[in-house]
Design a protein around this ligand. Sequence first.
Ligand code: AQP
Length: 329
Amino acid sequence: MQRVFSGVQPSGALHVGNYLGAIRQWAIDQHRADSFYCVVDLHGLTAEHDPADLRQRTLETAIGLLAAGLDPDVCTLFVQSHVHEHAELTWLLECTATVGELSRMIQFKEKGDGRESVRAGLFTYPVLMAADILLYDADRVPVGDDQRQHVELTRDVARRFNSRYGETFVIPEAAVPKVAARVMDLQHPERKMSKSVDSPLGTVSILDPPDVVARKVAKAVTDTDGEMRYDPEAKPGLSNLIELLASATGRSIDDIVGSYDRYGPLKADASEALVSVLAPVRARYEEIASEREHVVSALEKGADKARSVASLTLRKAQEKIGLLVPGTF
Ligand code: AQP
């Protein structure tokens, strides 16, 4: 059976980009593959954060994932810091990755913006992500387009480790959806929708009530030429709405482009489609949030299962790289 791994940072409220670009697929994959999903709270330390907020958001993100359809009796859902092997394997991989390849990571360049005060963890974060994936022998990593480069790095580091120290890691593949792989901010369609960027009208949370979704979509920035065309370069705002409608309904982009000649009706249908895709998630969120003990016990069970797999991979990697592993000498 194929193994799947993916994670989400508790860096803010989950948005439709996270849901359509990644998490919706996770809920499908859990029934087809041995699936491990993780709230990557250690990644949440890479930017300015408030400790109490991080704790709260970690729990809320886990509730969001359960609301989005992850079933803890079917998949393994856990919090990254509950499995210490993630941090330990990271060191071995930091001694395998190079400064040159980490310097080429687009997300570091964008988020770091050349500032000296940026946390070192933001620079090495893709190595922690490589450890997340490799610990579980994942064949496939369902992610949005922004994480494609990090999965590529994971592959390079795993191949390098395997060729220097002997077969240790499974080489994973990124699985990126055909549409909605990079949902753009509704107000600034030249940049992606982001949890950590303050854009109240540009970001649609998975918990936004229908009237709020409708207002945000109605106000979405498009263009003035009025020509119905899918062209992410020249018409990013309109193309984003077309992709949202396609992803939420399963309709093809060509079909959508051929069905509208004005932006207004397209916006109305996109907002209706988003509202209906998000309705069950919103409804489940309230229910799950009121059963806190259930969430805590699901996460504990998930961490136990994750640890049982991760500890074996870590031990194998420690032996291969030349550490004197207790019990083996
Ligand atoms: N705008 C997006 N469109 C499609 N997919 C997206 N993802 C993120 N943003 C979009 C995918 O959601 C999964 C979880 O994301 P993450 O927690 O790893 O965070 P991120 O990729 O850094 O993006 P965010 O949500 O915008 O968070 P911040 O603001 O903290 O950077 C991933 O599979 C991601 O590809």
